[in-house]
Design a protein around this ligand. Structure first.
Ligand code: ZN
Ligand code: ZN
Length: 473
């Protein structure tokens, strides 16, 4: 089977930290490795979110050009991923990219008959000359009341209803923005929701997304302003050169990343073979991206007969660091590059997986990690590197561990936390066994291949060396 794995595009306004790793990045990598282990053909794509207004908000005070800065940050992100043994098939720079613009236009054309131009409420700061779109303005979500930008609530994942929002604070000067109206292309997207709900039926998903969809898809009158004058979006002539905002373009981003990858590496196959109804699409996304992915892109896909079906949506919640939200501005973050320069990538991967915020907010404690590393991980490495018994292994009693691991390593019940938990349970059992055998370690290497690729390879290559030494003696 062909599988396209996607990772929600990070904003290129700073390097990747542990929150990114514990969210979609590690999950997608582990999933793709597991699918390849099962013999499937999988490609993993993502891109830098260059049309996101958080990018100019970052680059303006730095006196830098947004797209040039995005290229620089992309290089940092690739290095961070590599330091955690994560290798995407393609991590596309989305600005000044013809395939990206062409794909964005493709999805717009498909839904154009549901789009009209309308004067709509917006917020504007005349001192800073910015509109209240995400990076530039902050308000309270009309659905749940928490602090949010106007695009996508990080807490409840609903799209705030601009007509119900009364106050917007400018993020540059912290003054109240004034209400204005702007002409916007508005997609009457709610008319698709009944069909979107049908598409989702029978597709396994985590409970929070299931509940979210039940509420969100009820709102069949919903409309989605897809252009935003003054925003950092992509200007297309088919939309009167008004900026098309980035949330509309995620599926376009994945599609064009696959297309560009296959143009650069034609041996992987043709684009039309990959971007095809028979291909399984699997999205890894933060829960706060539920609207765009599970509602917006599915509504686009309803009108597209050529691409893959709606696929699977594997959501994650936020990771906290020592009990507090990650904040790059306050310096409360752990950069992937820093932690992997102090600990083996496998240790970081396994511990991050074990504590991944899959269904609820989770916490990363530096102290607990250090303790786990010293007491568990290092003894595991020592045991792997000790002599192996060649006697027949006894696997009695391990079946529940193996079968739970199999479940968590499958598409339907995929969970890196579950995989890590079972791998650690098996490892701990081997650590207290007087004499783990070669067969035990080979089974361990099979289970660890996706989570701890370095140690798994070490076990397998040591086994091969032993074999060749046996043959030559
Ligand atoms: Zn909310
Ligand atoms: Zn301002």
């Amino acid at each position: 089977m062909k599988i396209i794995v996607t990772i929600t595009p990070p904003t290129p306004n700073g390097d990747l930290h542990l929150g990114h790793l514990s969210g979609p990045f590690l999950s997608a990598d582990v999933f793709a490795r597991r699918m390849k282990q099962l013999g499937h053909d999988a490609i993993v794509v993502s891109y830098t979110d260059d049309y996101q207004s958080y990018l100019p908000r970052k680059t303006t005070p730095l006196l830098r050009k947004p797209f040039e800065y995005a290229r620089l940050v992309r290089e940092m992100m690739l290095q961070s991923m590599a330091s955690a043994e994560i290798y995407l098939d393609y991590f596309m720079p989305s600005s000044r990219c013809d395939n990206f613009a062409q794909s964005a236009e493709h999805y717009y054309q498909l839904v154009q008959h549901q789009v009209h131009v309308q004067e709509r409420k917006s917020f504007y700061c005349s001192s800073c000359d910015v509109y209240g779109y995400e990076g530039f303005g902050r308000t309270n979500c009309n659905w749940c009341g928490t602090s949010s930008d106007a695009s996508q609530c990080e807490h409840c994942a609903r799209m705030p209803d601009i007509d119900k929002i009364e106050h917007m604070t400018c993020m540059s000067c912290h003054q109240e923005m004034s209400e204005v109206t702007v002409p916007q292309h508005v997609w009457e997207i709610g008319q698709n929701y009944t069909d979107v709900a049908k598409e989702h039926k029978g597709i396994s998903k985590r409970a929070c997304l299931e509940n979210y969809l039940e509420e969100a898809l009820d709102n069949v009158q919903e409309s989605w302003g897809i252009t935003r004058p003054g925003d950092a979006g992509l200007e297309l002539t088919c939309l009167d050169s008004k900026p098309l905002h980035t949330w509309f373009m995620g599926l376009a981003g994945y599609r064009s990343a696959v297309k560009t990858l296959l143009e650069q590496d034609p041996e992987r196959g043709e684009f039309t073979q990959w971007w095809h109804p028979d291909t399984q699409l699997v999205h890894f996304l933060g829960y706060d991206c539920s609207y765009s992915h599970a509602v917006g892109y599915v509504s686009q896909q309803l009108h597209d007969k050529e691409g893959p079906g709606i696929g699977h949506f594997i959501t994650n919640r936020f990771l906290k660091l020592d009990g507090d939200d990650f904040s790059t501005s306050r310096g409360h973050a752990i950069w992937i590059k820093d932690i992997t320069s102090q600990y083996p990538a496998d240790a970081v991967r396994l511990y991050t997986a074990l504590n991944a915020p899959e269904t609820e907010v989770a916490n990363f404690s530096v102290k607990d990690f250090e303790h786990w590393y010293q007491t568990f991980f290092l003894s595991l490495v020592r045991s792997i590197r000790a002599d192996w018994s060649v006697e027949r292994a006894d696997f009695v009693g391990y079946e529940p561990v193996f079968s739970q691991w199999e479940k968590n390593a499958s598409l339907e019940e995929f969970s890196i936390a579950g995989m890590a938990k079972q791998l650690i349970a098996f490892s701990e059992a081997l650590l207290i066994t007087a004499n783990p055998t070669r067969e035990h370690w080979l089974k361990w290497a099979e289970m660890a291949a996706a989570l701890c690729p370095v140690l798994s390879n070490e076990v397998q290559s040591r086994d091969k060396q032993n074999e060749s030494t046996d043959l030559s003696s």
